[in-house]
Write a protein that binds this ligand. Structure first.
Ligand SMILES: [Zn+2]
Length: 172
């Protein structure tokens, strides 16, 4: 299988920044001049397949790339967009954050028509999602080892782990 972004990374095409895990490249069909992509160098199709550590690094890199567009191109805003899956109109099956420089009156339009959702439906969706996501924060804490560099950090780490234990005990 060939992947346009994996090829681009391998050939160093339009790459403006790279380190060991992340590349920032100019989009091959830009929505605006300077339209960038922040993407993992390893091939992942969607964000759900991508390790937290890489997602975190992508987000931080995209933030810095956005700052560069503001500083270098004089953008007065940016859109950060992930097309995640074919239903979301993902064109290339390689996860990427689009960073699109914007200025007032540039003619780009990402507006959507709000869908009508009944209070009943909204309530049900909220309930289902609350149930499914209630342990998200705890999971995130568990995945990341707590560093014990000095006494102060040690104090914080102990407090954090007590907090976690309390939360876990509360879980049914
Ligand atoms: Zn790829």
């Amino acid at each position: 299988m060939t992947c346009r972004y994996c090829d681009g990374i391998a050939k160093k095409e339009n790459i403006v920044f790279e380190d060991e895990t992340i590349a920032v490249m100019l989009h091959h069909a830009p929505a605006m001049p300077g339209h960038l992509l922040a993407l993992p160098k390893e091939h992942f199709t969607i964000i759900e397949q991508t390790p937290d550590k890489i997602v975190r690094k992508m987000a931080v890199t995209a933030n810095k790339a956005s700052t560069a567009l503001i500083q270098v191109l004089g953008a007065t805003g940016t859109n950060l967009i992930i097309e995640n899956g074919t239903a979301a109109e993902q064109q290339v099956p390689h996860l990427a954050i689009n960073i699109i420089p914007r200025v007032d009156g540039d003619g780009l339009n990402f507006q959507w028509q709000p869908k009508k959702v009944s209070d009943e439906q909204m309530g049900l969706i909220e309930l289902q999602l609350k149930e499914q996501t209630k342990s998200l924060g705890v999971e995130a804490e568990k995945k990341e080892p707590i560093m014990l560099d000095d006494a102060k950090a040690k104090g914080e780490a102990v407090q954090k782990s007590n907090y976690l234990t309390r939360q876990l005990r509360r879980m049914p």
